[in-house]
Design a protein around this ligand. Sequence first.
Ligand SMILES: [Zn+2]
Length: 60
Amino acid sequence: MDILCAYCQTGFQENDKIIKDDLNTLCHLACYALESDYIRDIDTYKNILEKYWFYQNLIN
Ligand SMILES: [Zn+2]
């Protein structure tokens, strides 16, 4: 199962720049429409998965 962007509902590619917000929601950088105050991290999908172990449970 892939994790989908919260806005466009498209699966992420390894090198997509994505945002992790304060609710641990993931979305593309380009799709994000809220205040930047809520952003907790901006990185590639690949790096986000490496940094935050709990997302691994969602895709395995
Ligand atoms: Zn998106």
